[in-house]
Write a protein that binds this ligand. Structure first.
Ligand code: PEP
Ligand code: MN
Length: 336
């Protein structure tokens, strides 16, 4: 349920309303926009009588939210969420490109690719240290050492780092990571999501391979309900009957998520297609569909990559794509 408040509500009256709701066992979420202030009531509001607010001087109107996701819901928070990471903005009006290899493989590899993607215009560096591989016999990532090497690359280039967490017991190792990624396979690892809700770092939440948009937003809700509002949604392709591509990029998810949620939406064209030659087209389609950014796999030498080489661009291909991205982002009136 949301309470649309009158303009510039009296602060004391607002505090006593929040306290009254807390006494009744509800938590609240205050969203102060330029035109309206919205107070979201979180909990089982089915027993609240909307008329009980009719005498409250600061309440203009009362609306029930029927969707199960509340904090991720745009009705609760009409303004777009823009996450600021040391001067880099992620969200509506901005466009952020995260690039780097699927896996961190060595210090030389990650530092070299970090310098290269930075030169081409990427604002953040990606690289997997803990790798969720389908086969237990495939390269599992350098794990804790991989995070150390990412931090080395960050020191060399200044690029903030994005890397995936697979186990909630590893959270201490991510203390210096800038954005923690939850991969598609862990989108519904609810214990992990709850743990990430307790930290304040931005969480890049990838959509599960076979999850609906509502389930995706409910996973964001898990993190937000724990107190961490810094969630970035990532569409990375879903399983369909098609076998020619690794996954099918759900382009409709981009404008739909932007419409029903206020959270930033980025796209991963690499995992969505599994084919490097498709990455530029899917990147451009994502920009046109309203995405707030891209996460792209770029490897020093894709033919020798220890994971996901087939979908990785080489540095020269990424450089050409970035020039094109810059033009298109400008056309959309966004800041790269
Ligand atoms: C990754 O980003 O390398 C990854 C494993 O992605 P996803 O969880 O989308 O498969
Ligand atoms: Mn990968």
């Amino acid at each position: 349920m949301i309470l649309v408040l009158k303009q510039n509500p009296d602060k004391e009256k607002l505090q006593s309303l929040i306290a009254l709701l807390a006494e009744q066992g509800f938590s609240t979420n205050l969203s102060e926009g330029t035109e309206h202030t919205i107070l979201g009531i979180i909990g089982d509001t089915s027993k609240i009588d909307p008329d009980s607010f009719s005498n409250n001087e600061i309440v203009e109107s009362v609306k029930r939210i029927s969707e199960p996701y509340k904090m991720a819901n745009r009705k609760m928070h009409p303004m777009d969420t823009v996450i600021n990471l040391n001067g880099i903005n992620i969200g509506e009006g901005f466009f952020s490109v995260i690039a780097g290899p699927c896996s961190v493989e060595s210090e030389e590899q990650i530092v070299e690719i970090a310098k290269s993607v930075k030169k081409s215009g990427a604002k953040l560096l990606r690289g997997g240290a803990f790798k969720p591989r389908t086969s237990p016999y495939s390269f599992q990532g350098l794990q804790a050492d991989g995070i150390k090497l990412l931090l080395e690359a960050k020191k060399e280039t200044g690029l903030p780092i994005v890397t995936e967490i697979m186990n909630l017991n590893h959270i201490d190792m991510f203390a210096d990571v800038d954005i923690i990624q939850v991969g598609a396979r862990n989108m519904q690892n609810f214990d992990l999501l709850k743990e990430l809700g307790k930290c304040s770092k931005p969480i890049l939440l990838k959509r599960g391979l076979a999850n609906t948009i509502e389930e995706f937003l409910m996973s964001a809700e898990y993190i937000m309900a724990g107190g961490n509002k810094n969630v970035i949604l990532c569409e990375r392709g879903i399983r369909t009957f098609e076998t020619m591509t690794r996954n099918t990029l759900d382009i409709s998810a981009i404008p739909l998520l932007k419409k029903i949620s206020h959270l930033p939406v980025i796209v991963d064209p690499s995992h969505a297609s599994g084919i490097s030659s498709l990455v530029p087209s899917l990147s451009k389609a994502s920009i046109a569909a309203g995405a707030d950014g891209l996460i792209i796999e770029v490897h020093n030498n894709p033919a020798k990559a220890l994971s996901d080489g087939a979908q990785s661009l080489n540095p020269a291909q990424f450089d050409v794509l970035m020039a094109d991205i810059k033009r298109r982002v400008e056309f959309e009136g966004k800041t790269l």
